[in-house]
Each structure stands twice: as structure tokens, then as C-alpha cells.
Write a protein that binds this ligand. Structure first.
Ligand code: 3HC
Ligand code: NAI
Length: 709
């Protein structure tokens, strides 16, 4: 028997254990091993019932996404096909009990639903997250789930991709019993109970009681489509999965399965699947740092001191208490602390209103934050995060103060978005303990943290920062210590190009519309208004690198700042904002743009949306290539992770570098070179882009087994 699946018999119950670390994915060998073990137990006269359980931390977390990736790139042999296995499980005469812990996801839940019964520990979670990979359940999940929980719930689970908790699974009929205490013992006892029941064990595929009628289901499908359009904008799979659920409710089981399969295969071959699978592995790959192996010792963190209780400090404090840490929140005045704590309470209040947290959970979290003036008690902190104003002299002073009070071994982090980490580290006696933790606003929500490695940053400190990001529920990406690090450095050419387009004849609204229609979560002008126009204004003054874009200086942004139009916070920036905070085009801004362009002798023309997207997104890609070449990002996929998680780049396009690979680097290079001829220096093609294009390679080559360039 396959070593991936083991069997033992305990008191006439066969316990079949899947052991394929880390998450018991259904890799080649697992379905075969499981089928053989089930067959053997069904035929063994000494066995009365079967229990299937996962070894280690979880039940089955789904099909093997490595195989799915191969299928997405054209290898049909890698397409998961579990039909035979599921039928064998369901058709056996002895009851099969699926015992769930950890997560039963995707193909894992599909296997579980072919069992006659399901039991689960209270903290288990079950879901069909396939849409997050650009596919739909491909092993009869849409057919069996709909039969078990009904059309409405199946739609909700499959469209959102969100797992549900065991209690909800019990209530909806997905699970038959919750097991407190030891899962195997409880599942075996349950199996023995079921074994003495009369008749053949119940088959999910024969159930029809929850399928509804065409008339009762029609509004549910309509609501599902509305939900998909609203919450999963531009994603194909959440809409496609509704078709498979319709098939479940209206066709006989086998026909429904065939329909599901057709939709599944179509989705696997889609561009969106390739991109989303890339996003999945890119995110996990980001935690791999070549010279910081996984077994690098990390420093334990229980107490976090945060210096600065402003916008970022308050958000970081929330993220920290949400992850279970104690927080000391420091500012210079009681007033600043009150403002910070006020923001925190206000944010938690809205979470309670949205039922994300109970009032008790919020009270407990807030109680773990100790606001104070000064550094008293800071020697207890395992990690200090500085989030004071963006000013080098102040940061140095604060770091010298922290150095004087923090215990040996504490990690000292700065949340600076532009300043030099080495210079900040030099203000301490322990630069090896200093690291950048560049959170994004709002820090309690945004998933990205750029982990900035200084010249002296120690490996254990990097490993600790990586582990911290994960503990905070965020993705940490290691970046080098250069102006703007990775994300913001790329933002400048992108933002400037958008501003030049506006000077050259487009409007902010047209540019933003072209970008959001293309897939960006927000238009660049709306982003600038949200961040505050004064932020980029200050950077333009302080960092020469960002003062202009290869010789051309944006004309309008400075004038808006001088006119007091700082964006949302002043009610006007590139747009006008009313009570609802929705951006409205403003004639005054258009006049200002036209005046500035006329003074500079710019001939204004018209642009198509395609031209707008090329000029902005290709600027992003070209800068990304430079960053990669300079070694500020470890790999192209890291840049993708940064843009998808911190800058609203659509995951279904896989990030800017992956998108460039898909368009084809020769085509991107040709366009960039044409822009270079037309617009001059700022469009000089990155040498790496030129080389890869000439060699017919891609940015993300390394991840797909090609030789990295
Ligand atoms: N296939 C292959 N590898 C997987 C995997 C899968 N389904 N799920 C997780 N992994 C790998 C990760 O790549 C990672 O590998 P690494 O350590 O080498 O980087 C390792 O398992 C641990 O994963 P995480 O870092 O994500 O661990 P967490 O504990 O944070 O999360 C999890 C565990 C909740 C299971 C999360 O990994 C997850 O959500 N996985 C994906 C689940 C999923 O999408 N399943 C559906 C697959 S598609 C399918 O089943 C099609 C079917 O309908 C036919
Ligand atoms: P903020 O102005 O909202 O807050 C700064 C806080 O620091 C204020 O409450 C101030 O009283 C306090 N402070 C000043 N000197 C102090 C001292 N000596 N000791 C203790 N507290 C002191 O600023 P914000 O926006 O929170 O930014 C903080 C840092 O985070 C900056 O370095 C900024 O560049 C960075 N950042 C900001 C982002 C944003 O979107 N706002 C995003 C990412 C990073």
C-alpha cells in the first residue's frame, strides 16, 4: 500500500489515514492509495465501518496545486480526476465516516462529501475555495454540496470561496456530528453506531430533498450573480460556478457532474487560473529568503511597543492585538494618545456593527493596549515599532532613545516609507537588530508588509520579521534598502505617467476609469487623493530621485498642493469630495491642467483607454525590471505579491511582472522602446527587460523551472 495512506483496524473499524505533509493535498499517489485502502477495508470481513482521517495538522486541503498549475499550463495528464475514487467510497456497503480537523478544502471537502457521514472537531473549517484559484470545484463538489446544504448555501460557499466553521457546517447539514475530545476515538465510536443501522448507508448523490425547484431557485441564482459581480469583480470563476450549481439542481447527478467537469476544465485553461495559481505560489514563495533558511532561529514576541500613535501606529496596534500580542502604545502627549485610542475604538466599533467581532472580544483586545507617554516599561518589549513623523532627525533621536531602554535581543523596527534604514540603524548600538517593517495604510487591514533589510540586519531578525508578518495574518516580502523600497519606488513612474497623460490631454477621471476597467482596484488619482497629495509633494522635495521622471517634471500636482488641495482630507484634490467621499470631477482642476499645459507649450491630444493602460502599466513594469536587476527585490514574483497585496493590482492578472510575461516581453520591450523614442529618457528600457526579451525569456522564469536569468 502507498505510504501516503495508512490503515489500521481498531475494534472492527478501519482507520484510514492520509499522510502527505504539509497539508495532505491529493497529490499523485494519494487518491490511488485511498481507493486501495477503502477497497481493502470494504472487503475485509473483520471490518464493520471505515473512518478516513488526515495525519498531522489537517484533513485534506485540496487537490495538489502544483499539479493544477501543470494542468493550467497545458498538461492534461495533471488534471485531477477523482470520479472513480469518489464513486468507490460512496458505493461501498459499509459506512465510511470522514473525520475532519484543520481544513477540509476543495478536493478535500469533495472527498469528504463522498463519505456517508462527516464528523468534525469544533475548530475545523470546510470550504470550496477553488474560485480563488480561478477554477470551480472539479470533483463533484458543486453537485454534492448543493445536495447536502441546499442551493443558497452552496452558492454562498462556492462564490465567496470562504470556508465555514464546524458549527455552521453542522447546522447546514454538511457535517453530522461535532466531536469534542479525541477525533479518531469519537469518529470510530460514531462509525460503530452507524454500522448497526439497517440498510445501505446513505449516498449524498441520491439526495434531492434540498435541491429546490426552478422557480424557487431562480432568485437565488440571480442573487449569486449579483454577489459575484459585486464582491468578485471581473473574476470569471465565481460566475462560472453558479452554472455548475444550476446543473446540480436541475440535472441528474451524472449529467450534472459532466457539466461541472466541462466548466472546470474550461476554467483550468483560463488566463485567470494561471495568474491566480501564480499568485498563490508567489505569496508562499515570498517567505523563502535564500540566505535565511527556514530553520533560522527566531526571537519570541509577546509584547510589542509602538512609538507614535498616529494613523499607522494605531493601525499597527490593532493588527498586533488581533494577533494576540500585548501592546505598549507610546506618544509624546496625552492628547495624541487619546486621538490614537479614539481611532482604534472607532474602528473596532464598526467591526462590532459589521459583526466581525463581539463587543467582549473588542473589549479584551483594547484592554491589551497600554497607552502611555514616554518609554516606561519598554524594557519588557520584544519588538519595538517606530511610527513617528517621516523625518530623519526625529527618527534617529527616537532610535537612540529606544536603544537606551530596549532589552538586549529586542527587534527594533521602523515603519518609514522612504528613509534610509542604515542611517536609522546607525543611531543605535545594535544595527543588527534594526529592520524596516513597512506597513500599508490602514495597517489593520492591508495585508502587505515590506520587510526592509538594512546592511547590518541580522538573519534571525529577518526570520523573526517574516514570522511576525505571518502571525499578523499578513504577507511579508523582503526588500532592499533603496529609496521608496519596492512598492513606492514603482509607484512614482506610474503616477507621473498618469499625470503626464493628463497634461497631454486626458482627464484624471478618464485615466482612473481606464485603470479600474482594466482591473486596478482604484484609479491612481483617487489613490493620490486618498494618501494625501502632500505625501508625494514632500517626497519630491526630499528625495531627488523622485523630483522628476527622467527629465520631465509633473506640472499640476505641486499647484494643487499650493492651492491647499491635499486630497480627501481637505475635501478636494484631483477630485472634489462630498459627504459620501466619492470623487467628483472638478472643473477647476481641468482648468488648472489646461493652463499648466498651455504655459508649458504642450499640445493636448486624445487617448484611448488602451494607450492609457500601456503608458501607466508599462511604466510600472519597466521600473520593476530595474528593481529586479538592482537586487532590491529577490524575485519577480515578490514584486507581483507587493503589487497585488499593497497596491490593488488585480490578482487575476498575476501582478505586473507576471502580466508582462503573459503579454510577452518582446512586445512590452518594443512598446517601451517606442515610448523611449517618443518621450525620451524616462522611458529608457530597463536592461533586464531588453535582455530577457531578446533571449525569449520571462521575468518569472525561475518559478516555472526555466533557468533563471
Ligand atoms: N496543494 C499543494 N500545496 C499546498 C496546498 C495544495 N492544495 N495547500 C497548501 N499547500 C502548501 C503551500 O504551498 C505551502 O508550501 P510551502 O511551505 O512549501 O510554501 C504549505 O502547503 C503550507 O501552506 P500555507 O503556508 O498556506 O499554510 P497555512 O497553514 O497558512 O494554510 C491552508 C494552510 C489553509 C491549507 C492553505 O495553504 C490553503 O488555503 N491552501 C489552499 C487550499 C485550496 O485552495 N484548496 C483547493 C485546491 S483546488 C482543488 O481542490 C480542485 C478540486 O476541486 C479538484
Ligand atoms: P502621523 O502623523 O499620523 O503620526 C505620527 C505620530 O507620531 C503622531 O501621533 C505624533 O504625535 C507621534 N510622534 C512624533 N514624535 C514622537 C516621539 N518623539 N515619540 C513618540 N511619538 C511621536 O503619521 P503616520 O501617517 O502614522 O506615519 C508614521 C510613519 O509611518 C511615517 O514614517 C510614515 O512615513 C510611515 N508610513 C505612513 C503611511 C501612511 O499611509 N500614512 C504608510 C506607510 C508608512
Amino acid at each position: 500500500m502507498s505510504e501516503l495512506v495508512r490503515s489500521s483496524i481498531v475494534d472492527r473499524v478501519a482507520v484510514i489515514e492520509i499522510d502527505n505533509p504539509p497539508v495532505n493535498a491529493l497529490s499523485a499517489g494519494v487518491p490511488e492509495g485511498l481507493a486501495a485502502a477503502v477497497e481493502r477495508a470494504q472487503q475485509d470481513a473483520s471490518v464493520r465501518a471505515l473512518v478516513v482521517v488526515g495525519a498531522g495538522r489537517t484533513f485534506i486541503a485540496g487537490a495538489d496545486i502544483n499539479e493544477l498549475e501543470r494542468a493550467a499550463w497545458g498538461d492534461d495528464h495533471a488534471l485531477p480526476d477523482l470520479h472513480g475514487l469518489l464513486q468507490r467510497i460512496e458505493d461501498g456497503p459499509k459506512p465510511v465516516v470522514m473525520a475532519l480537523h484543520g481544513t477540509a478544502l476543495g478536493g478535500g471537502l469533495e472527498v469528504a462529501m463522498a463519505g456517508h457521514y462527516r464528523v468534525a472537531v469544533p475548530d475545523a473549517r470546510m470550504g470550496q475555495p477553488e474560485v480563488n484559484l480561478g477554477i470551480i470545484p472539479g470533483a463533484e463538489g458543486t453537485q454534492r454540496l448543493t445536495r447536502l446544504v441546499g442551493v443558497e448555501k452552496a452558492l454562498d460557499m462556492c462564490v465567496s470561496g470562504k470556508p465555514i466553521a464546524a458549527a455552521e457546517a453542522l447546522e447546514s447539514g454538511l457535517v453530522d456530528r461535532l466531536i469534542e475530545g479525541d477525533l479518531r476515538t469519537g469518529a470510530a465510536a460514531f462509525a460503530r453506531e452507524m454500522a448497526v443501522r439497517r440498510g445501505a448507508p446513505p449516498k449524498t448523490r441520491e439526495r434531492t430533498d434540498k435541491l429546490g425547484t426552478a422557480v424557487s431557485n431562480a432568485p437565488l441564482y440571480a442573487a449569486g450573480r449579483e454577489l459575484a459581480a459585486k464582491t468578485r469583480r471581473r473574476l470569471e470563476a465565481p460566475l462560472a460556478v453558479i452554472g455548475a450549481i444550476e446543473a446540480a439542481a436541475s440535472l441528474p447527478f451524472e449529467e450534472g457532474c459532466r457539466r461541472e467537469r466541462e466548466i472546470f476544465v474550461e476554467c483550468v485553461r483560463s488566463e485567470q487560473c494561471k495568474a491566480l495559481v501564480h499568485a498563490f505560489f508567489a505569496e508562499r514563495g515570498a517567505s523563502r529568503v535564500p540566505d535565511v533558511p527556514k530553520d533560522t532561529p527566531t526571537r519570541d514576541i509577546a509584547t510589542v511597543a509602538i512609538v507614535g500613535a498616529g494613523t499607522m501606529g494605531a493601525g499597527i496596534a490593532m493588527a498586533s492585538v488581533n494577533a494576540g500580542f500585548r501592546v505598549i502604545l507610546i506618544d509624546t502627549t496625552e492628547r495624541a494618545l487619546e486621538a490614537g485610542m479614539g481611532t482604534i475604538r472607532h474602528n473596532y466599533d464598526s467591526s462590532v456593527k459589521r459583526r466581525r467581532f463581539t463587543p467582549e472580544a473588542v473589549a479584551e483586545r483594547v484592554a491589551r493596549i497600554r497607552p502611555q507617554v514616554g518609554y516606561g516599561g519598554c524594557e519588557a518589549a520584544d519588538l519595538v515599532i517606530e511610527a513617528v513623523f517621516e523625518n530623519m532627525a526625529l527618527k534617529k533621536q527616537v532610535f537612540a532613545e529606544i536603544d537606551a531602554v530596549a532589552k538586549p535581543g529586542a527587534v527594533l523596527a521602523t515603519n518609514t516609507s522612504t528613509l534610509n534604514i542604515d542611517e536609522i540603524a546607525a543611531a543605535t548600538s545594535r544595527p543588527e537588530s534594526v529592520v524596516g517593517l513597512h506597513f500599508f495604510s490602514p495597517a489593520n487591514v492591508m495585508r502587505l508588509v515590506e520587510i526592509v533589510r538594512g546592511r547590518a540586519t541580522g538573519r534571525p531578525v529577518i526570520a523573526t520579521a517574516m514570522a511576525l508578518a505571518k502571525r499578523l495574518g499578513k504577507v511579508g516580502v523582503l526588500v532592499g534598502n533603496g529609496p521608496g523600497f519596492v512598492g513606492n519606488r514603482m509607484m512614482f513612474p506610474y503616477m507621473y505617467e498618469a499625470q503626464f497623460l493628463v497634461e497631454d490631454g486626458a482627464t484624471p477621471e478618464q485615466v482612473d476609469r481606464a485603470l479600474t476597467s482594466w482591473g486596478m482596484a482604484m484609479g491612481i488619482f483617487a489613490v493620490d487623493d486618498m494618501a494625501g497629495l502632500d505625501v508625494a509633494w514632500r517626497v519630491r522635495r526630499e528625495l531627488r530621485q523622485f523630483a522628476d521622471a527622467g527629465g520631465r517634471r509633473p506640472l499640476v500636482a505641486d499647484r494643487l498642493v499650493e492651492a491647499g488641495r491635499l486630497g480627501q482630507k481637505t475635501g478636494k484634490g484631483w477630485y472634489l469630495y462630498g459627504e459620501d467621499r466619492k470623487p467628483q470631477p472638478d472643473r477647476e482642476v481641468i482648468d488648472l491642467i489646461e493652463r499648466a499645459a498651455a504655459e508649458a507649450g504642450i499640445h493636448r491630444g486624445r487617448f484611448t483607454d488602451e494607450e492609457i493602460v500601456e503608458r501607466t502599466i508599462y511604466a510600472l513594469i519597466n521600473e520593476g525590471a530595474k528593481i529586479l536587476e538592482e537586487g532590491l527585490a529577490l524575485r519577480a514574483a515578490d514584486i507581483d505579491v507587493i503589487y497585488m497585496n499593497g497596491y490593488g493590482f488585480p490578482a487575476w492578472r498575476g501582478g505586473p511582472m507576471f502580466y508582462a510575461d503573459r503579454v510577452g516581453l518582446p512586445a512590452i520591450h518594443a512598446k517601451v522602446a517606442a515610448f523611449h523614442r517618443e518621450f525620451g529618457d524616462r522611458w529608457a528600457p530597463a536592461p533586464l527587460l531588453e535582455t530577457l526579451a531578446t533571449q525569449g525569456k520571462t521575468f518569472n522564469a525561475a518559478e516555472r523551472g526555466q533557468t533563471p536569468s
